[in-house]
Each structure stands twice: as structure tokens, then as C-alpha cells.
Design a protein around this ligand. Sequence first.
Ligand code: SR1
Ligand code: MG
Length: 417
Amino acid sequence: MTVFEALNSQTLPLRLGGTAAILDRVGVDTSAWKIREVGDGNLNLVFIVDGTKGSVVVKQALPYVRLVGESWPLPLKRSYFEYQALVRQQERDPGMVPEILHFDREQAIIVMEFLTPHIILRKALIEGQQLPRIARDLGLFTARTLFRGSDLSMETRKRKEDLALFSDNVELCDITENLVFSDPYYEATLNRHTTPQLDGIVRELRADRDLKVEAQRLKHLFASNAETLLHGDLHTGSVMVTPEETRVIDPEFAFYGPMAFDVGMLLANFWMSYFSQAGHEKDGDRADMRDYLLDVVVGIWDTFRDEFSRLWHTERNGILYQRTLFEDRGDALGSTQALDEVLQSIWTDMLGFAGVEMHRRILGLAHNADFETIEDADLRARCEAKALKLGRHLAVNRRKIHSMAEINALAGRLEKE
Ligand code: SR1
Ligand code: MG
């Protein structure tokens, strides 16, 4: 049996220096490799390897949660699901994920293209950068991956095989089920809100019966609606950008779940960025940045809806809403009616998922840098409180919300409070 060994800068060339695809990209002289561990995520080791010819990224899963330590074991197989998800995402929206050069299942290592000069989208937004492509790229990515990984598109046997394959990503689903849908709404041991000024609103939210019922409904949906292959952790830290290019990384939470989950998590992170901007105004007013972020939210949703609709009319070859019931019988209106209903249900659930994501990033274990890097605790609390209020509104009132304009107007009013 092969023994797992966590890489370090000494062992990495020994482990990977015999792999042609890597040597080809980095250069054959392994003694010239410069290796940096740059992982700042919650789970894994990430190295950048620079050689005479070029660079690669080496990602290795650890057998525990890096954020917490060895007391929280986490299986290495998540690396296999990440690899499988990257392969599918590349097929479903070519060019939107990093190229994979090598995968070692036993050592839980994925070697991939080094994206440069890309930076993490969350960092770019904190710096106040406006990326012109992200709304369209992310709207297309979500529509294409979610549609093409579902029963609307896939051949039934292939989809059921995939459903079985990813259903083993249990421990990562378990993290989301607890950290997103349950922990924020009671005094869970892992919770930490870093801002005591929020104690009052946190008490209110945890006593809010309507909110807790919605959070549990959403959890039910997440756990039981195996609709499509999700990225599973699609936040602004899982996107790398330049002004010209957008790439999606880190799908280790991939599994079959509701389409609305990826879209909701993604949009939540833009709304959080919106409320955090006031904490990053040292170098000047961020009014333009706030307008930009609300435009991005509208752009992602509009692009998602339009692309999903296009795929519905052109690629609907799966077992659901089959053509022989509609178009082939001259009833194109029937399929359009079904599409409207599917989109309406994605819209409603997406808002709910966005709401709980906003809560868990402030109240739960895993926070985000948008708020965490605001040093002034009073200011941070004011920013976070606005996000908590919007999150509550989205989760509880999602069935009564009809447009992005309505939500963005509320965000604007909260921002002015
Ligand atoms: C214990 S893992 C905490 C969070 O980090 C990941 O990026 C996911 O968002 C997860 O919920
Ligand atoms: Mg991640």
C-alpha cells in the first residue's frame, strides 16, 4: 500500500520530477526549481514551482482540515472529486478552468497550469478593481456547467454513473450542510464571529423562527435535490482573474445538488463585497465600485438566464422535458412554459442560498477576507450587519422577490443606513 506523504519543498521535486508533462512545462533541471508554498485556503497545500522553462501549481489535499488542524480529519479522496469535476467543467465550458497536467490519486496531488498574472477575484474586489469580463464569464460558466451536468442534457446512464461517483464526496457535503445551513443559527462550537459589536443582531437571528425554518428548508433542498454537478464552493475566492480572463478553480466540494446553489453562493459573495467596500475606502471613495458590484450581480443573473434558455432550446437532449412532448409536437410554447417554471424555481432558491451564505461567512467558522481585513471593528460590524440583514431578507422573503433591481435597491438603502 502506498503511504501518503505531505509534500514540502525538498520532497516535491523527488515526487514530481519524473513526470514528463511537468518537466515539459517547468524544465528538466529539477535542481533549478524554486518552490513556494502559497496555500492560504482552509483545506490544502498549494505550491508554485518555478523552473527554467516555466511554472506550475501543485495542489495537495491534506488528511485533515488545514484551518482547524489534525483534530478534524478529512479524506484525501476530495482531490479525486476535484480532478473529476475539473475534467467535466473543461468539457462543459472549455477554457474556464486551469489545464490539468498530472493527477496522483494516492498522494492526492493535482498539478495544473500556473495562472499568471491572474489574482484571486476576492482580492481584486477588496483592492477596488473592476474586472470587465466577470459577469459574462461567470454567468456563462454557471449556465453551461449546471445545464450540461443535469438530466436536461446528459444521457441517462452517464448521468446516473456520475451521480453515483460524486455521491461519495460525503465529508465535504457534510461540511457544507453543517457550516452553511445549521451552525450559523445556533451556538455551534465551531462558530466565531470576530466582531462582538454584532452580538445583538446575532442573538436576534438565532431567535428568528422564520429564518431558521427557511435555513432548514434550504438544507433539505441541498441534501436531497441531486439535480446537477455543482462546483459546490463557488465564491469569489474560487475565481482567478485578469481584466482579460476569468478562470474558476477549486471544485473539491463538487457533488450532485440543486442548480441554484452555485449561483446563490456566487452572488452572495458579490453582495458581501458590496457591503465591505466602506471598510476599504482608505484610498478614496468606493461609490463607483459599489455600482459596479451591483451591475455584476445583474449581469451574472441575466447572462445565466439567457444562456440557460439558449441551451434549453438548443441542447435539451436529456430525459427531462423531452422534445417529443413539446417541440416535436409543434408545442414550442409548452417547452417555454416549462423553462419559465424551471428558471423561476432556480431564482427563488438561489436567493435563499445567497442569504444563508452571507450569514455563514459572518457567523460561522469560515469567514471571508472582504470583512476580515477591515481593521476598525466598529466599521467592520456596521458592514457585516448590513450583509446579515440582506441575507435574512433573501432567505425569508425569497418567494416574494421578483427582480434583481428590487434587491439591489434594498442593498443601496441598507448601505446608506
Ligand atoms: C472547514 S472548510 C470551511 C470552508 O472552506 C471551504 O472553502 C468551504 O467554503 C468550506 O465551507
Ligand atoms: Mg476552496
